[in-house]
Design a protein around this ligand. Structure first.
Ligand SMILES: [Zn+2]
Length: 306
């Protein structure tokens, strides 16, 4: 009997050892390995209507300082139709313009609810029920016709870029940083329609927007929130001398810039689209990319997924 007990005791010790090692292994996995990517708590995405690749042509010290160590390409691909609704639609839904079928008229006339094609706001709301979602624009159609109006997104409409800037800085200063915040500046496109896409007035507007982008970024910095925030700038389309909507290189090129703790320094590859902004947002917040997306997270964008 003594022999039996000793053998049993040894077996028990071995079992306890295995159990302890397993527990240590699990703890190591969850607290050490998993910590290499905890995701971001906040995504701020700034949309600049009509910027195309023109930030490259102007003095843009803020875009330079924010993104020079991260990811930036001035000429990512736009949708085939270089109008605003087609492109903001794709940037905010991750599907092609032929799929969402939004037009400038349709998004102004038809209020969007979560019954149709979801925007990134809709996907974030589903995955993170208590997410704080904010969209501040000076082209009301985006908040009316692309973002869901029935899921508690704080939809804020203004009439100028300066108002949008002030509302954004005010919001970020006084509140917790939102889970997802879209900030839209429309004045560059308005200036291009009025003065032409290669005019000094247009370029001056972009320089002002660069200042605004810097001011928004600096609020996050002063609140020590950059560590947990993915910060992005994206354009819908570019401009020509007279208008846009065609297929010239200027019209079909758009800036996409991404800065964040785990973002690699990269120029993206030539196949990157402006609509890739949508899956980038979801990925950063730890949300699975929906099957219907044609947009994808560009290869090599994030360190942890290399
Ligand atoms: Zn336009």
């Amino acid at each position: 009997m003594d022999n039996y007990n000793r053998r049993f005791g040894r077996k028990l010790n071995v079992l306890i050892c295995i159990l302890l090692l397993s527990i240590i292994g699990l703890i190591y996995y969850y607290f050490i390995v998993n910590q290499s990517f905890n995701g971001y708590k906040h995504v701020i995405i700034i949309g600049v209507d009509g910027a195309g690749m023109a930030f490259e042509k102007v003095s843009s010290p803020n875009i330079d300082r924010i993104f020079s160590n991260y990811a930036l390409r001035h000429d990512t691909k736009t949708e085939n139709i270089t109008y605003s609704a087609q492109n903001w639609g794709s940037i905010l839904t991750g599907v092609a313009c032929e799929t969402h079928k939004y037009t400038n008229d349709s998004i102004s006339e038809k209020t969007h609810y979560s019954t149709g094609i979801l925007s990134i706001f809709g996907y974030v709301r589903k995955a993170i029920p208590d997410a704080n979602l904010v969209s501040i624009v000076d082209w009301k159609s985006i908040n009316n016709g692309i973002v869901e109006n029935d899921i508690g997104v704080n939809l804020i409409n203004h009439n100028s870029d300066l108002e949008v800037l002030n509302a954004s800085v005010d919001y970020l200063s006084k509140n917790d940083i939102p889970t997802l915040m879209f900030i839209y500046f429309g004045s560059a496109d308005i200036s291009a329609h009025k003065n032409g896409g290669f005019s000094n007035e247009y370029y001056n507007t972009l320089e002002t927007i660069d200042e605004y982008i810097g001011k928004i970024y600096d609020v996050l910095d002063s609140k020590k929130q950059l560590k947990d925030t993915l910060f992005m700038v994206v354009a819908d389309h570019g401009e020509t001398v007279t208008s846009h909507g065609g297929n010239s290189k200027e019209e079909t090129s758009a800036i996409l810039a991404v800065a964040g703790n785990s973002v690699n320094k990269t120029n993206f590859d030539a196949e990157t689209h402006n609509r890739d902004a949508a899956p980038i947002v979801l990925y950063a917040l730890g949300i699975d990319i929906p099957d219907n997306f044609v947009a994808k997270v560009p290869n090599g964008l994030f360190k942890e997924s290399n």
